[in-house]
Design a protein. Structure first.
Length: 217
């Protein structure tokens, strides 16, 4: 399965600066500090960051672990990047930010079915800005949630997928398809689905033999 998609226009580059250190979970609160340098992520270069927030598909009692993992990898969803500064937020705040991104996903994936507008607010913090250099227009946001919402907004509607193994063993059901024929989020899920279909066939046919009957062809 491919993990990257060409998503953004050649005339506009969208990026975010992020990166953390010393991130810990204390009760229902996550604390840490922004990295002194940080790293630049750009839409269209590699796997979409937002998938780390929407997946894995966990129960609410395990979202604290997901919040901690995402924060260690990238940073807080709604706190602007500020070199070397400390930050802190509650798990409930993270859940609300995740719920917002899930709403953006649902709105964007509905495509032409949606008859009313869905506003995508941009934070007006000092760090968010446009720049033009060497013929390239760039929008940089310091807010990870804004960047992830824009990741979703730049995907063609036909690329939004939910794994056909959803409801069984899949824990990462949301994905963007690089091939429109894709039905599963990974080779593992495709394999598990085939195993389940074979087992069902075997059980159905074995039952027929045990009853002394033969399945109709």
């Amino acid at each position: 399965m491919k993990t990257g998609l060409e998503r953004s226009s050649n005339n506009l580059r969208i990026e975010v600066q992020t990166g953390t250190r010393d991130v810990v979970l204390e009760g229902d609160y996550i604390t840490g500090a922004w990295d002194a340098e940080g790293r630049i992520y750009r839409i269209g270069e590699g796997r979409a960051l937002v998938l780390d927030v929407l997946n894995p598909f966990l129960g609410t009692n395990r979202l604290a672990d997901a919040a901690l993992d995402v924060t260690k990898k990238f940073g807080p969803l709604t706190i602007p990047f500020c070199r070397g500064e400390s930050f802190g937020f509650s798990i409930d705040e993270w859940k609300m930010a995740r719920k917002y991104l899930l709403g953006v996903w649902r709105a964007a994936s509905s495509g032409l079915k949606r008859k009313w507008p869905f506003n995508l607010p941009i934070d007006k913090c000092d760090g968010d800005h446009f720049s033009f250099e060497n013929g390239q227009l760039t929008f940089r946001t310091q807010n990870l949630s804004t960047f992830m919402a824009l990741e979703i907004a730049t995907i063609p509607v036909e690329r939004f997928k939910r794994c056909a193994n959803f409801g069984y063993s899949c824990r990462s059901p949301y994905f963007f398809a690089s091939d429109l024929r894709e039905r599963y989020c990974s080779e593992t899920c495709a394999h598990e689905s085939k195993k389940r279909a074979k087992l069902k066939w075997w059980n159905d046919n074995r039952k027929g033999r045990e009853d002394g009957t033969q399945k109709a062809r």
